[in-house]
Design a binder for this molecule. Structure first.
Ligand code: KG4
Ligand code: ZN
Length: 344
């Protein structure tokens, strides 16, 4: 079964063709990051307009790369949420039009769930149950995944998302958007022990995250240096590394704590922040000590992409879950179980 996936939840316009939920025939991602850079972050209205301009071109490119025509597609999958309302609506409208014109099923997918599925798409060895950590520009969640489609939310951020904190701290340091990749790069030449920034929620007895206090601590530190005229390039690198270490510390510790509470050995990480090199290194180092296995998707499947949408849609369709044409975009869609225990 060939599924055309469409993803437009934030600032990437993406279309992909995936065969039988596993074989990626194409995965075209058109990022708007350079456009939003000018504003220091994603401007929702501008994102929607660019999705409208690019969506047909991106869909055509994904079919072309897969060497297929629309008539060869068996179903269309699309991100329903969470994300930006206008941006989501562009993808949904395109998917509905294709579904209607071609008389094929439309399958709506949760973006967060798809970020976890990106790992399954990439690594067929992953076994359920596992702890899922989704860390992106808008979400930080710890999820117990008992089996495909069966979820229990263990913790989430109570303020800023992990990726959002990277973006905000980059802005404080005068670095461009998106902040994550820049801070990651600068940190490689910085001293992670230069400042011991707070690790909010680290020992609060919950599996929740909080990153806004950490961001404020960086802001105070930077302002102090600026007032003294001492914010040098070296300071920027050291502050980047120290901030990144604090974020990674909390993410790794809480994920391992969740794995121990649920007595599982596998941890699966997804979302844009899962590209972070220190996060990967720290996870691997600390997981080994506790006999846990940690999985990350390949770089192209970490960021927002339509292959993860089409892949998950195949599994949903296989289990009889598909959508109607009157489906709405839902900017605050929560991850929900759709598979009853024992039904696979
Ligand atoms: O999953 P994603 O592409 O989009 C959303 O669903 O939000 O994640 C984007 C986020 C941005 O905040 C970006 O700064 C962050 O992922 N990011 C990183 C890295 N690459 C992207 N954060 C830390 N280190 C990176 N290497
Ligand atoms: Zn995402």
């Amino acid at each position: 079964m060939r599924i055309l996936g469409i993803e437009t939840s934030c600032d990437e316009t993406s279309a992909a063709v995936v065969e039988d939920g596993k074989k990626i025939l194409s995965n075209i991602i058109l990022s708007q990051a350079d456009i939003h850079k000018e504003y220091g972050g994603v401007v929702p209205e501008i994102a929607s307009r660019h999705h409208i301009e690019n969506i047909m071109f991106v869909i055509d490119a994904s079919l072309k790369e897969a060497n297929l025509k629309l008539k060869d597609i068996d179903a269309v999958a699309v991100t329903q949420g969470p994300g930006l309302m206008g941006a989501l609506m562009v993808g949904l409208s395109a998917a509905k039009a294709i579904s209607m014109a071609k008389g094929i099923k439309i399958i709506a997918v949760n973006h967060i769930e798809a970020h976890l599925y990106a790992n399954i798409l990439d690594n067929k060895l992953i076994k359920y149950p596992f702890i899922g950590l989704v860390v992106s520009g808008a979400h930080s969640s710890l999820i117990y995944v008992e089996e495909l489609g069966k979820y229990e939310i263990l913790g989430h951020t109570i303020d800023d998302a992990a990726g959002e904190s990277f973006d905000k701290v980059a802005k404080i340091l005068g670095l461009p958007y998106p902040g994550g990749p820049v801070i990651d790069k600068l940190s490689k030449e910085g001293d992670k022990d230069y400042v011991v920034f707070p690790r909010p929620c680290m020992h609060d007895g919950t599996l929740n995250f909080s990153f806004s206090g950490l961001k404020t601590a960086v802001l105070y530190h930077v302002n102090k240096l600026k007032n003294k005229g001492e914010l040098t390039h070296k300071e920027v690198r050291d502050i980047s590394a120290s901030f990144q270490e604090a974020v990674c510390d909390v993410l790794v510790k809480k994920s391992l704590e969740a794995a121990n509470i649920k007595n599982v050995n596998n941890i699966v990480v997804g979302g844009g922040v899962s590209l972070n090199s220190r996060l990967r290194e720290k996870f691997l180092l600390e997981a080994v000590e506790q006999d846990k296995f940690v999985y990350f998707p390949s770089p192209k499947l970490c960021m927002d992409n339509a292959a993860m949408i089409a892949g998950l849609a195949f599994e949903k369709n296989n289990h009889g879950f598909y959508s109607e044409l009157d489906i709405d975009a839902n900017p605050s869609l929560q991850i929900q179980s759709w598979m009853e225990k024992g039904s696979i």
